[in-house]
Write a protein that binds this ligand. Structure first.
Ligand code: ADP
Length: 665
């Protein structure tokens, strides 16, 4: 048995945090390694120790084997957990870790080496009797060999880079005439992207489901499977939503796939956590796209991922297991202690929350997160926090959100609701897109395949917000503006009196659209807002941190959350987040230019003037009391100084931003 009392996590973000949490729960100390871009990241703060390993680009930090080994030596770590991505499937890294006398929490280097090549992995699978996608994975890499093999496979087919990953290095060829060019291009790309130009051919399965089996192997020859995950919701061959169990499997097929995965694991001497990926034809095809009949019973091996998968939590929640704990137990040399996985309980669905814009072909977005708040109904594996800058150096995934419920429908509903409430203002994410997928009838009916997102793109596209949402957001933001311009004032409303001042106008930009809103005191002490041709009377409102509520005449209470940065406000209400930019209200207002000028934060009536010209005042001294919007509030000196001028007397009606007094040093 190897002692593992201190683990270095050679990764970043959510997975580094997730691994550290389990280490901490097991009484194991943690070491983070970080690049300059991550110096303040949550995983660095969470770790017991952290070591800088280089500048932001991954090839100068997270991919530098020696820097990571040095960090392990410096801190006296016993073991290294590679997470996923980066060096997690790099056999040379696993070997270097072992050579340094440390424990690599993952399979032995030779196993990673064999399975890292799709070509070798398919051959191993075939030998183990596991069905593979019909294709060509021969050693003869001459173009003529591929051309000859393609005749037997038929079209469409896929040209794949043997060393490819993350959906990269694949090319669909629909007709013989395109083959030679596709092979030559794929070869060049594979050489430059993966440093290995080995290619293989595979029959292209139209509209398959992606179903994978989690396996665990211990150092004593035991290999078990932990059932399946379905990962058919993909964009660019990359997973977006994953779930367990899969609706596509009956118990026979589930068992057959589990057995196949275990056979493969045994054939290769698998140790640690791994995933055997399969594709499963659905019976749908280009010629018959609406046939959603049950899959045919076939399944084909795709590849093995020799690491913890991003989507491992759905297995954890349905089985009540902690896979990182299992990995560490295996690395210590413990026996697995079970031959059969625990039964699957209920349903778990995971979404990958990404800084990306589904409306712009899922392009990554950047920005600074102003807040991160996830409802407590779901598991959140998130590596970011308020203030985290999302830059260009790493993957766009901010984290994962996972719901677990007794039924699939309920898991989807809980997750959708959590996404609607999720508060991550500051940049564009796929939050709303994910919520829409979870609410889509085809998703709820379990009609999944890897082309789901393309097929339903029209229905899943973002729509312009309805007028009602827009109204709520604009009113909330305006009321919020009024409240924050009146700092340190209690919100206790001492009775809202009718203040007959002129309409105030505010204009917000929502993208290229102008949203104009007028407001004035209305009937029965309410404030009347007019927007998009409708009047809304607000009888009261309040602010609680970043939340704002208001009550419409008649008693409908609405609420919103607001975060503002750099002139842009993110307003969340009823599941939608709108980014509004306020247009300058009074661009040429004289008061703006007056040094020491104090202005009315809202339209109202001057109740009292508390100072006289020439008076010396301290910072924070009360100068003028205004009344409006059901409350009284005091305008105070922002700095100590002398009152140089007073521009109002008690009883005056003033507009917002009207110059009230001037105080200078
Ligand atoms: P990677 O290693 O890049 O993730 P995989 O071989 O695991 O590549 O495939 C990723 C995804 O690509 C699959 O989930 C599926 O959507 C698609 N894919 C791969 N092979 C095939 C195939 N033969 N036919 C149809 N789709 C495929």
């Amino acid at each position: 048995m190897r002692a593992i009392d201190k683990v270095l996590i050679a990764n970043r973000g959510e997975i580094a945090l997730r691994v550290m949490r389990t280490c901490r729960a097991m009484g194991i100390a943690t070491v983070a390694v970080y690049s300059d871009a991550d110096a303040e990241a949550p995983f660095v703060r969470f770790a017991d120790e952290a070591v800088r390993i280089g500048p932001a680009p991954a090839r100068e930090s997270y991919l530098v084997i020696n820097a990571i080994l040095d960090a392990a030596r410096t801190t006296g770590a016993h073991a290294i957990h590679p997470g996923y991505g980066f060096l997690s499937e790099n056999a040379a890294f696993a070997e270097a870790v072992a050579d340094a006398g440390l424990v690599f929490i993952g399979p032995p280097a030779p196993v990673i080496g064999k399975l890292g090549s799709k070509q070798a992995a398919k051959r191993i699978a075939k030998t183990a009797g596991v069905p593979v996608v019909p294709g060509y994975e021969g050693d003869d890499q001459a173009t003529s060999a591929f051309v000859a093999a393609a005749k037997g496979i038929g079209y469409p087919l896929l040209v794949k880079a043997s060393a490819g990953g993350s959906g990269k290095g694949m090319r669909i060829v629909r007709a013989e005439g395109e083959l030679v060019e596709a092979i030559e291009r794929a070869r060049g790309e594979a050489a430059s992207a993966f440093g290995d130009d080995t290619l293989l051919l595979e029959k292209y399965i139209e509209r398959p489901r992606h179903i994978e089996i989690q396996i665990l192997g211990d150092q004593h020859g035991n290999v078990v499977h932990l059932w399946e995950r379905e990962c058919s919701i993909q964009r660019r061959h990359q997973k977006v939503i994953e779930e367990a169990p899969s609706v596509a499997l009956d118990s026979d097929r589930r068992a057959a796939m589990g057995r196949a995965a275990v056979e493969l694991g045994k054939a290769v001497g698998y140790v640690g956590a791994g995933t055997v990926e399969f594709i499963v034809p659905t019976g749908r095809s280009e010629s018959n796209p609406f046939h959603s009949g049950s899959p045919s019973g076939e399944f084909y091996f795709l590849e093995v991922n020799t690491r913890l998968q991003v989507e491992h939590p759905v297995t954890e929640l349905t089985l009540g297991l902690d896979l990182v704990r299992e990995q560490i137990r295996i690395a210590r040399g413990e026996h697995l202690g079970y031959d059969v996985a625990p039964p699957q309980r209920g349903w778990a669905i995971e979404v990958r929350l990404c800084a990306e814009d589904p409306e712009r072909d899922y392009l990554p977005t950047t920005g600074t997160l102003l807040a991160v708040d996830v409802p407590s109904t779901v598991r959140a594996d998130i590596g970011v926090t308020a203030g985290t800058e999302i830059g260009i150096h790493y993957d766009s995934m901010l984290g994962k959100i996972i719901a677990h419920a007794p039924t699939r429908r309920e898991a989807a509903q809980v997750l959708r609701r959590a996404l609607e409430e999720l508060w991550v203002p500051g940049l564009i994410t796929n939050r709303e897109h994910l919520a829409k997928i979870l609410a889509h009838p085809a998703f709820l009916a379990g009609e999944l395949d890897t082309h789901f997102l393309e097929r339903h793109a029209g229905e899943l596209a973002a729509r312009a917000p309805g007028l009602d949402r827009l109204r709520v957001a604009a009113i909330a933001l305006t009321l919020h503006g009024i409240a924050v311009r009146r700092p340190a004032e209690p919100l206790a409303p001492p009775g809202w009196r009718n203040v007959p001042v002129a309409d105030q106008q505010v204009t917000y930009k929502l993208g290229d659209t102008d949203v104009s809103l007028g407001y004035r005191p209305g009937e029965a002490g309410a404030m009347a807002f007019s927007i998009g041709g409708k009047e809304i009377h607000v009888s009261s409102f309040g602010v609680d941190g970043d939340r704002l509520w208001f009550v419409e005449l008649g008693g409908h209470r609405r609420q919103a959350r607001i975060a503002t940065s750099g002139g842009r406000s993110w307003v969340a209400s009823e599941g939608q987040v709108l980014a509004l930019v306020e247009e300058p209200r009074f661009p040429d207002l004289a008061a703006r230019g007056v040094a020491g000028g104090l202005t009315a934060p809202m339209p109202g009536k001057v109740v009292k003037v508390l100072v006289i010209t020439g008076q010396e005042v301290l910072a924070g001294a009360a100068l003028v009391v205004l009344e409006a919007m059901k409350m009284e509030h005091t305008v105070r000196a922002s700095e100590a100084g002398t009152v140089r001028a007073i521009h109002v007397i008690a009883g005056d009606q003033v507009d917002a931003d009207r110059l009230l007094a001037v105080v200078t040093v």
